[in-house]
Ligand binder design. Structure first.
Ligand code: ADP
Ligand code: MG
Length: 328
């Protein structure tokens, strides 16, 4: 199978068919029609084997995650995804791997109406780069900046599940409760980008970002972009029953604070609008939990039941040693 046969067989028809794709896979570049009155929203994220997923991870999960992490970035902007390109570096043309990868990628792309419109295929260490393109009504996209002192901080869903799921995947954690273990593993392998919520938060949330590196790593970025201090009541962090089944409360909290890979959304919202936003989340079968607030200043502080609290973990940073890093 040569490169062109590989592209034709596995990637030429992935995802949704869209009328706004004037030219997709097969030419030198794709031609896309951006709707009138919108801003084009673009993001790219790379997954490296042994870095972002354990070596030998299930190919379908890798395909899902490669797209999901990008969709999560668009969710954080309140944007609607439309098109994706895929730069794939493969050690070999492993048919079973390609089929699994294309299935995981394709299922999620179809579910969100995303068309794969181009890419690049090369040989080398397993690395997957996905570029996502989408749009939002002009001027309406959410950003990390713009919140005011006094705005509440809130997160969707539960935190820490993916951190525990990764520990299960790498064998660092074992559980007897198989149903909970499966739930946690799925949260790492098949994260759900909160796209509907991001769109619902447009015009109501004052700032937003997705939590990819853990709250401890990500919250300071939002606070800095707003030019504000942030405070979190750690006892309010939403944690699932499955996470509590996995470990004691200190370990569960450590995952919730710094495990990363949850792809929940962190939003700032004026207190008087919180009820409206929480109700919209509920309509989407999603919880929205207030965890703290933004204040004047430039620090990020944490308390546990009123006492000063130092998070036991740092956020993920590729260029710094961190306890949460996957080891190969
Ligand atoms: P070029 O050399 O002009 O950049 P390529 O020969 O690399 O084009 O690719 C041929 C066509 O296949 C292009 O339209 C490209 O976008 C598409 N393509 C290559 N790899 C992938 C992939 N992994 N997924 C989707 N489309 C791809
Ligand atoms: Mg070309």
């Amino acid at each position: 199978m040569d490169e062109f046969e590989l592209i034709r067989r596995y990637f030429a028809h992935l995802g949704a068919t869209r009328a706004d794709v004037k030219l997709g896979v097969g030419d030198d570049a794709a031609l896309l029609r951006v709707p009138e009155g919108t801003d084009l929203v673009a993001a790219v994220d790379t997954l490296v084997e042994g870095r972002h997923f354990p070596a030998g991870a299930d190919a379908r999960s890798v395909g899902h995650r490669a797209l999901a992490v990008n969709l999560s970035d668009l969710a954080a902007m309140g944007a609607e995804p439309a098109w994706a390109t895929l730069a794939l570096t493969l050690p070999s043309a492993d048919i079973a791997w390609l089929e699994g990868f294309a299935r995981g990628f394709g299922e999620l792309a179809s579910a969100h109406g995303v068309a794969l419109v181009g890419g690049d295929t090369t040989a080398g260490p397993l690395t997957i780069s996905v570029q996502i393109l989408g749009h939002a009504p002009r001027g309406s996209a959410l950003t990390r900046a713009g919140a005011k002192a006094g705005d509440l901080l809130a997160v969707t869903g539960t935190l820490g599940d993916a951190g525990a799921g990764l520990a299960l995947a790498t064998g660092a954690l074992e559980m007897h409760d198989f149903a909970s273990a499966r739930e946690l593993l799925l949260r790492f392998e098949y994260p759900t980008p909160r796209l509907e919520f991001g769109i619902a938060a447009r015009g109501t949330a004052s700032a937003a970002m997705d939590i990819s590196d853990g709250l401890v790593g990500d919250l300071p970025k939002l606070a800095a972009a707003c030019g504000l201090a942030a405070h979190v009541d750690v006892e309010r962090l939403p944690m699932s029953r499955a996470l509590h089944a996995a470990a004691d409360v200190d370990q569960a909290r450590a995952w919730a604070l710094g495990g990363g890979d949850d792809y929940e959304l962190l939003v700032a919202v004026p207190p008087e609008k919180f009820g409206t936003l929480a109700a919209r989340a509920m309509q989407l079968n999603l919880t929205l939990t207030p965890i703290g607030a933004l204040r004047p200043g430039n620090t990020v502080t944490w308390t546990l039941h009123g006492a000063e609290f130092t998070p036991p973990v740092q956020g993920f940073d590729h260029f710094r040693r961190a306890s949460t890093q996957i080891t190969v």
